[in-house]
Ligand binder design. Sequence first.
Ligand code: AMP
Length: 283
Amino acid sequence: MILFKKTEDLHKWLDDQRKKGKKIGFVPTMGALHEGHLSLIESSSKSNQVTVCSIFVNPTQFNDPKDYERYPVTIEKDIELLENSGCDVLFMPSVVEMYPEGLGLPLHYDLGYLETILEGKFRPGHFQGVCVVVHKLLEKVLPDNLYLGQKDYQQCMVITKLVDLIGLKKKIIINICPTLREPDGLAMSSRNVRLKEDERKKAVAIFQSLSFIRDNLEKGDLSDLKQNANNILAKNGFRTDYIEIAGANNLSLVKEWDGKIKLVAVAAAFLNEVRLIDNMLLN
Ligand code: AMP
């Protein structure tokens, strides 16, 4: 695996590969890698001759500065995992390399409705930061295939919209990969390492509340179902930002279900200081 810190060096190397007709797959991450990330690398290496992974903890997408300061960093372990995973290139830029013009966001991405709900509503500015960094990374890597995790359901929609909005000179195919879970059902997340032992035991309630919605879903009014799911979180000490049922295709919030449209349940909740998110397709 080759490690690049400078865009110019990455560009040169990737240009050479493109000239040789190699397809490039790209997996952007914020590091503290786990098997969920590695499953994206594996998907990429199956369909591309070159797989690029980036590790960059992006300051502009943290609406809470403390969350940024406490974001786990495990570079040596990450490099070891990537070496053994089929990753060809690790791009690990500095903040200055990514934001030579400073951290102000000069561009505004018109994300419309998507930015007004769920993560957009509870983390103001978060998706603008995501768009800025993904835009920069896509311009640097210009991949054929981009790999994203369903774990961040709304982010997948935002990035799909971003790719339409920015019209890069190359067509990028977006591949959305399933969420990898721990044996008890907790979605793998870099933030899980911040959970204390007792919190880790309770954390599975987020998966249980989503499973409860899936298992009890019926046509008609959904408010009791959501309330009962929220009670599972509350009983386990979670402070809920939201637990909602939405259209799987457009994330429009659904109060009454017609028994037909495809639904997804989405949740975000805090266990003390740690904010976890998860989602589940329902039908
Ligand atoms: P992050 O480092 O958390 O920004 O995540 C980088 C990429 O990995 C994103 O596309 C995430 O959706 C994806 N990802 C995170 N957790 C998981 C998981 N448990 N299973 C599959 N993909 C994941």
